[in-house]
Design a protein around this ligand. Structure first.
Ligand SMILES: NC(=O)c1ccc[n+]([C@@H]2O[C@H](COP(=O)([O-])OP(=O)(O)OC[C@H]3O[C@@H](n4cnc5c(N)ncnc54)[C@H](OP(=O)(O)O)[C@@H]3O)[C@@H](O)[C@H]2O)c1
Length: 277
């Protein structure tokens, strides 16, 4: 199969292209190749004649997004519309990676795919608009909401905590936001399953299990063999530009049932990541 991956140089893009290469003909497309905001990307993609597109390219800096709204909207909304138009003209399926940040975090239990999005930050708003373009314009799509990604190629929470633990005696981390950390290599395994499926729709895919950022940090320190103390704090005491949902837990059960596959736990994923496996 000939597959295009947009955002192929990003954190998830690297692991997804690595996973698919060898079994498929994979063409990575990133900002050095073409800007997805530019309408020329439509003819560019049509010229590549893919059978399938994974659309991962996005503006992903959640805090900076609050002050760069036009740029974020152009990339995450207009850029996505261009990719959708290419899929429509090619008559091929699209996989779009969305986020837990489409939800407001007020729900007491995990979010199901049919729960109403209500983003509380601008990044989440643009990802929601991207989803809406897809569901309106395409029939054959997979929208995948995931959360708290960590992977080898890119800045992430695991790298930050592991690096701080080298020199600090204690680190303050919020304990009032819950979610599911997700290893990019693990979600790449799940995403590959869509290539041989007609079970289109919206799915939640994260590593199994949940924790707070504070629990996550404690496990990173423990598995790194450090003695750094993790001090729990509340979100109000942090001055972050963008709001974050208190509850980011996504319910994977639809994906698990339809694809007969359960994602590994986040603890197992973290251990493999830190062991470089
Ligand atoms: N990270 C998370 O925790 C998380 C959670 C849930 C969902 N997601 C979603 O998962 C996807 C992958 O996330 P990620 O963390 O792997 O993102 P990432 O590392 O930021 O990768 C995104 C890639 O897209 C490229 N890009 C940005 N603007 C572009 C444009 N106009 N044209 C072409 N390429 C462009 C980026 O290039 P530059 O680096 O040069 O900008 C980067 O290589 C995104 O759609 C994101 O919204 C992420």
């Amino acid at each position: 199969m000939k597959i295009v991956v947009t955002g192929s140089d990003g954190m998830l893009g690297c692991d997804l292209t690595l996973r698919l290469r060898g079994r498929h003909s994979v063409i990575g497309v990133d900002i050095d190749d073409i800007d997805i905001v530019n309408k020329d990307v439509i003819d560019y993609l049509i010229g590549l004649k893919p059978d399938f597109i994974f659309h991962l390219a996005a503006y992903t800096n959640v805090d900076k997004a609050e002050s760069e709204r036009e740029r974020v909207h152009n990339i995450n909304v207009c850029g996505t519309e261009n990719i959708v138009n290419a899929c429509k003209r090619l008559n091929i399926p699209l996989v779009f990676i969305s986020t837990d940040y489409v939800f407001d975090g007020k729900k007491e239990t995990s979010y199901n795919v049919n729960d109403n999005p209500n983003p509380i930050n601008f990044y989440g708003e643009t990802k929601k608009e991207g989803e809406e373009i897809i569901t309106t314009m395409l029939k054959r799509y997979f929208i995948v909401r995931s959360s708290w990604l960590f992977g080898r190629n890119g800045k992430n929470f695991v790298k930050t905590i592991a690096s701080l633990a080298q020199s600090k005696e204690n680190i303050q981390v919020v304990d009032d936001q819950c979610g599911s950390p997700t290893y990019t290599r693990d979600i790449a395994v799940s995403l590959e399953k869509f290539l041989s499926s007609e079970k289109f729709g919206t799915y939640h895919i994260t590593n199994s299990g949940t924790c707070s950022w504070c629990d996550f940090a404690k496990k990173i320190v423990l598995l790194s063999g450090k003695k750094t103390a993790i001090i729990p704090i509340k979100s109000e005491s942090l001055t972050r530009t963008a709001k974050r949902p208190r509850n980011s837990v996504l319910n994977n059960s639809l994906f698990e049932a339809r694809f007969n596959y359960r994602m590994p736990t986040w603890e197992d994923a973290l251990e493999r990541y830190l062991l470089n496996e």
